[in-house]
Write a protein that binds this ligand. Sequence first.
Ligand SMILES: C[S@@+](CC[C@H](N)C(=O)[O-])C[C@H]1O[C@@H](n2cnc3c(N)ncnc32)[C@H](O)[C@@H]1O
Ligand code: SF4
Length: 374
Amino acid sequence: MKDLSRDFSLYIHIPFCVSKCAYCDFLSFADRSCMAKYFVALCEEIKAKGKGVKAPVDHIYVGGGTPSLAYEYFPALKKAIDGSFTLRADAEISMECNPESVTPAFVAAAKAFGVNRVSLGVQTLSDPLLKTIGRAHDRKTALAALDLLTRNFSSVNADVMVGLPGQTKEDVTETLNVLTSYPINHISCYSLILEEGTPLFAAAERGEFAVDDDFAVDLYDLACEKLKKAGFCRYEISNFCKNGAVCGYNLSVWQYGEYLGLGLGASSFLRSKSLRLKNTKETSVYLSSNGSAGQTVEQVSKEEQVKEFVMLGLRLEEGMDLAVFKQIFGFDFLEKYAERVKKLEKTLVVTPSRIAIAPEYFYVSNTIIQELIF
Ligand SMILES: C[S@@+](CC[C@H](N)C(=O)[O-])C[C@H]1O[C@@H](n2cnc3c(N)ncnc32)[C@H](O)[C@@H]1O
Ligand code: SF4
């Protein structure tokens, strides 16, 4: 059973990018004029929020945005974290990076920071597609970055996307063939989501490219098949790894672990207090208050928590741990939901210790989860 005292993580948000990609609605921007001030505020926030926290940190995830752009600030960030939190000796420290800012200087700074897992946003190795989605890198830059990272880190992830405008089966196959020829141990494969307000969404609205959801599913299935052949096991809807090299931070979130979000717009989940906190998304408010103003605090009811636990746990191929469920909520899931589980039995894999969605029904997991607990 999961050791509930071993699941405390920090998420640190770095909201700066070289340019804004055409599909992205993450909290990130190309204006880097306030980067120095941002790190002063972030370090102050870390010091303030670390006060009184006794739990040792199991994972740190530095995400963005593009953390690799900000390598000059890593020493100050490390000092603030080390002075405010106790890290487990074997803590996973993951960092996102983008090809155009993966340089020897970044690698040296990341190593000095303690990074032991890097995640590279490749998306595709097709130059025309990279252009269409507004990435700041090309194929050559992505491969050079992959080469540098795999020579310096033993745990490397590559992000890829399927369902891009005009993307073919050959593009997906070629990208995955080349990526899996590098010594990487993790691939995240995301289906494009057209987010309202992004240039790609507007282009789709104008009919500049055809949106074909069925073909996007075919591309995802093709990616699953290619990755399986290359020795990568799927452990979550979009995540595949070799030799059990899961992303500890993400796994902890899916297993309902606690995390403290630091930085602009970062969210925290404090399970033991039933609280979800969200930092302000307003840069000026964040900077002027060192991240202390504009935070929203939400008390999460037990019913909501049950739903969240199930929704997160059933994203995992291994499903959710029934003993952990009982330990957190104090009742037996299979007893309480017996009728619904029976009704959905064809789509589920149920053992005395776990409940999971059968892999062949993963593509309708949202419907199954709805019928199970809503
Ligand atoms: C938080 S983003 C930041 C990582 C890094 N800045 C980058 O772009 O490579 C992490 C990943 O989410 C995926 N992503 C972002 N927007 C998406 C969208 N609209 N649809 C599908 N995947 C998306 C991309 O694969 C991206 O690498
Ligand atoms: S680099 Fe990453 S975070 Fe930045 S705009 Fe592109 S997808 Fe978004």
